[in-house]
Design a protein around this ligand. Sequence first.
Ligand SMILES: Cc1cc2nc3c(=O)[nH]c(=O)nc-3n(C[C@H](O)[C@H](O)[C@H](O)COP(=O)(O)OP(=O)(O)OC[C@H]3O[C@@H](n4cnc5c(N)ncnc54)[C@H](O)[C@@H]3O)c2cc1C
Length: 393
Amino acid sequence: MDLFIHTPLQQEWLGRLSGKGDSFRNRADGIDKSGTFPSENVTELIDMGYTKITLPSSYGGEGLRIYDMVLLQEMLASYDASTALSIGWHLSVVGELFEKSLWEQGSMSFIAEEIAKGALINRAASEAQTGSPTRGGRPGTTAVKQGNKWVITGRKIYTTLSPMLTYFVVSAWIEEKMTIGQFLLHRNLEGLRIEETWDTMSLRGTGSHDLVLDHVEVDEDQLVELGTHPRKVESPLNAWLLHIPACYLGIAQAARDYALRFACEYTPNSISGPISQLANIRQLIGEMDLELMQARHFLYSVAGAYDDELRRGRLETELGAAKHAVTNSAISIVDKAMRIAGIRSLQLDNPLQRYYRDVRAGLHNPPMDDAVLNKIALSAIERTTGPVQGHIK
Ligand SMILES: Cc1cc2nc3c(=O)[nH]c(=O)nc-3n(C[C@H](O)[C@H](O)[C@H](O)COP(=O)(O)OP(=O)(O)OC[C@H]3O[C@@H](n4cnc5c(N)ncnc54)[C@H](O)[C@@H]3O)c2cc1C
């Protein structure tokens, strides 16, 4: 990873984060087994100022860019993936909001002050009927104007970080405007509640529960974004979503480190010395490290290209491609790590089985593999034939 550290600020933040390494690693198994949200970890991250790293310095944050966030998130995920994915959503919502100035100035200043004080924010977009919002489905959650208030009713699923979120950015269909709006909702609003439904085999600590909205009333200015289309992830480009592959790369690194240590220490009595001397084990180690190198170079190259304003405009399909490639490589690396460790990798007290379950979740975070490949293919075809009409974008 040293090769990818360029600035004193990155070094400083990595140093601070590494101070949490032992305690976060030690808590990871308990979080997974009980499926509880890592409140202690998140509180410590808030206390060290980590939750404002993507807030611009002009608003009291650290002003870190995509590349920096990816670097830190990868390290955090190697300690505890549930903590990393949860905080990653907060960091990316903040990063995108301020990079693109998505809201009116008053709302931006308000939320900046809140984040500087330690508030947490995430988007609640997924619903049972629409599935992934990146597919373009219309939300079943509705917002109806009554007097000078909006009344919001519906149910969101998979709302990561819900046990500690201060603010939810909720998408809702506004019939009178025939469009989708994004509403900023404080967790203490009457009619808003969390139903603890998140019980999956992967990332069990992310607290990605249901958000239930039962006639929640908010002021007019809580309608912070208005769009004609559902919020499709890749349009416009949202490079802040690179926190997702960073998380899965961190899991892969942790699995590889465990397997390598095991290979160097395990000495069955059929050979003299550790299994790391065996050709079959060396092949697996070599393949794991090769895939890690490929994934890391791809991810950091794309993140760096986005941060470089001269090159950003030339990015086309690379953001989604990096997510696809890194996530699938991470799955493959964890698989190889488990082959090295043998049956021990299946024991419930072995971290490899947790990495195996956690890394699978990457397939179901946006953008999805089929959407990425379709976009790459369409881009290639259009470069050859010109714009294609009537194709699914
Ligand atoms: C760990 C984790 C954390 C998450 N956190 C959040 C969060 O904080 N906020 C949030 O809003 N969401 C969150 N999500 C939800 C996520 O963004 C997606 O909405 C969800 O994972 C969609 O799952 P799906 O692909 O199975 O759903 P679906 O979209 O229902 O897809 C199910 C199947 O149907 C196919 N399919 C459905 N529609 C289409 C289509 N139009 N074209 C092609 N194929 C289609 C899919 O390929 C898939 O095979 C989280 C998900 C995970 C795993």
